[in-house]
Design a protein around this ligand. Sequence first.
Ligand code: NAP
Length: 284
Amino acid sequence: MCRADRGVVLGLHRSGPDRDLIERALSLGVCGIDTAYNYRGFTSHRALARVAADLLGEFTISTKVGYFPGDSGGRSVHSLDPARLREAVERSADDLGRSPDVVFLHNPELGLSGRSGKEAHDRLADASAVLASAVAAGSCGTWGIATWDARPVAEAIERSASGIQPGALLLRAGLSVAEPILAAGETLCRVLGVPSECRWGMSPFSGSTADPVWSALDLGAFLAAEAEVSTPQAAFRLAYELPPVTRVAVGTSNAEHLRDLVHAAELAVSEGAIRRYRELIKAA
Ligand SMILES: NC(=O)c1ccc[n+]([C@@H]2O[C@H](COP(=O)([O-])OP(=O)(O)OC[C@H]3O[C@@H](n4cnc5c(N)ncnc54)[C@H](OP(=O)(O)O)[C@@H]3O)[C@@H](O)[C@H]2O)c1
């Protein structure tokens, strides 16, 4: 499930699973689908199984646990409670109709807020132990950490990472990510010893390409050669470098956009331009 080449992962955060798009994804060589226990009002797993059960074996399926229904149908709540996590992993496999390849702890930084030092470490280690047990029991292929803001997680393992050995990390990626978050993600990868091929990125457009900022950008200087590509294509390719990751989970409900992204993943980038960009945002 970890691969060294640049994989495109179809993320289901913003759109429900669509049979035509999933078939198109397969034909384009997209072999990852990323979902979560809580997506689409806690229905994403069942919807995926309903529309594409026969195709799911062709994909690496990653999902996430950590958000749970709120009281009386209210806003979902984040929790690292071991019992809730355990139940969510079991339920995910049941609802998907197969064991997911990866189960990520979903934004564990939210479950660490207000805690520091040993308390934060132990809370993360307890949650990690649940997912490690799920791997040992065959409920998922491996487990990982998906984090929108890696700083609290990096702080929790600052003194010791014992008991926390994820097989994969899913980090916020791309031009919209602030340097402290990029740096914290890279620290996490290093301290947890997650190999480069098991580092994944997500949300390359920070959720939308509709912001006029994207259309005002000219990213040509980041590409190694002059190429006729759109700004979303260039931005998507850069997400594999900021921070360095081998797969990027991206949301789209448009098959042509997906095709553009698959082509963009193969673009050559200017390492010098990326290095200067990192120096610039670090100094800022
Ligand atoms: N904390 C977490 O664990 C976490 C948080 C966020 C995201 N994620 C994962 O990352 C995935 C992607 O994140 P996201 O959906 O929030 O944001 P995103 O991928 O940054 O942005 C999605 C938006 O980009 C547009 N887009 C995609 N390709 C395009 C193209 N070639 N040209 C123009 N527009 C394009 C899509 O519109 P169209 O539909 O029109 O293409 C959609 O509105 C999620 O589905 C999820 O799997 C995880």
